[in-house]
Design a protein around this ligand. Structure first.
Ligand SMILES: NC(=O)c1ccc[n+]([C@@H]2O[C@H](COP(=O)([O-])OP(=O)(O)OC[C@H]3O[C@@H](n4cnc5c(N)ncnc54)[C@H](OP(=O)(O)O)[C@@H]3O)[C@@H](O)[C@H]2O)c1
Length: 268
């Protein structure tokens, strides 16, 4: 069974469930479908929905991994501590498995990280992470930190693999997670993705998720249908041939969502 092992020994499931713009029923369904890792953020407003779904499942808190993120307006040492406590309240728990800075802010990254390190040393966070940090943002953290980031989350899918960043995180042994692993549908009509879905008798979405897994990138697909949730989880069983991985890696750019940490958002 595929899984990801962080350098602190924590073992994460192969695929997590994205909760941006989901409703409470979707999270209950996702647990039923077999997801145990939930990606949330204070910004999504889904933390309390995850708490509710876990309570309803009758399973133990420790059976789940919850990853949340600190929003842009909560950057800074004191703000981060306050915001983290709110996250714990929303999640009705006393720890989170993964906590990340949602977007970099060059003036506040270091003091925010200091707050996160403190929470980590108190056992309130099991793994620290960075979201939307490109290698040059992460370099600054690595230079000054006492606790290293274990996870980095970036937009990643066929047509937008951020190869430089992927190789950088691989070399640093920081697990890369893929947000929008299917580019919210923007790559599903691509000629290569369609060809491969016919070749492997799978859906185009499964090609996208299988591609992440073959690159050792943890995908976080979101869906509101239990059939699609299960279909996405089953992508772990698809063995893409090395030549097809190379073809995906070298397809023309496609499906970028328009967000870059150092630029104004581009409307797609
Ligand atoms: N760190 C960040 O800044 C950041 C940014 C964006 C996202 N994220 C995280 O990444 C997660 C996933 O990203 P995302 O929601 O942007 O995009 P995504 O997972 O690539 O795409 C979601 C879309 O794909 C559809 N879909 C899912 N499975 C499908 C299937 N098997 N067949 C056909 N369509 C399918 C869904 O439709 P239905 O819902 O109708 O099934 C939904 O419209 C988010 O929920 C969030 O947790 C993080």
């Amino acid at each position: 069974m595929k899984s990801f092992t962080l350098t602190n020994g924590m073992i994460l499931p192969a695929t997590g469930f994205g909760t941006y713009k989901v409703n409470p029923e979707s999270i209950i369904m996702a647990i039923e479908a077999g997801y145990r890792y939930f990606d949330t953020a204070s910004f999504y407003g889904t933390e309390s929905m995850i708490a509710g779904a876990i309570e309803r499942s009758g399973m133990k808190r420790e059976d789940f991994f919850i990853a949340s993120k600190l929003w842009k307006t909560d950057m800074g040492y004191e703000n981060a501590l306050k915001a983290f406590n709110l996250t714990l309240e929303n999640l009705r728990t006393d720890y989170v498995d993964v906590f990340m800075i949602h977007w970099p802010d060059k003036n506040l990254n270091l003091e925010t990280w200091r707050a996160m390190e403190e929470l980590y040393s108190q056992g309130k966070i099991k793994a620290l992470g960075l979201s939307n940090f490109l290698p040059y943002h992460t370099e600054e953290i690595l230079k000054h930190c006492t606790v290293k980031p274990l996870i980095a989350q970036l937009e990643f899918h066929p047509g937008h693999t951020q190869t430089f960043a992927m190789n950088y995180y691989r070399e640093k042994k920081i697990l890369l997670q893929a947000w929008s692993p299917t580019a919210r549908g923007r790559v599903l009509d691509d000629i290569l993705i369609r060809e491969l879905s016919e070749k492997y008798h799978t859906s185009p979405v499964q090609i996208c998720i299988a591609f992440c897994l073959h690159e050792n990138v943890m995908p976080l697909p979101k869906s509101s249908s239990i059939e699609r949730m299960k279909e996405n989880l089953a992508s772990v069983n698809i063995e893409l041939e090395p030549e097809d991985i190379m073809r995906i890696e070298n397809m023309p750019p496609k499906g970028w969502g328009g967000e870059h940490p150092d630029r104004e958002r581009v409307k797609i």
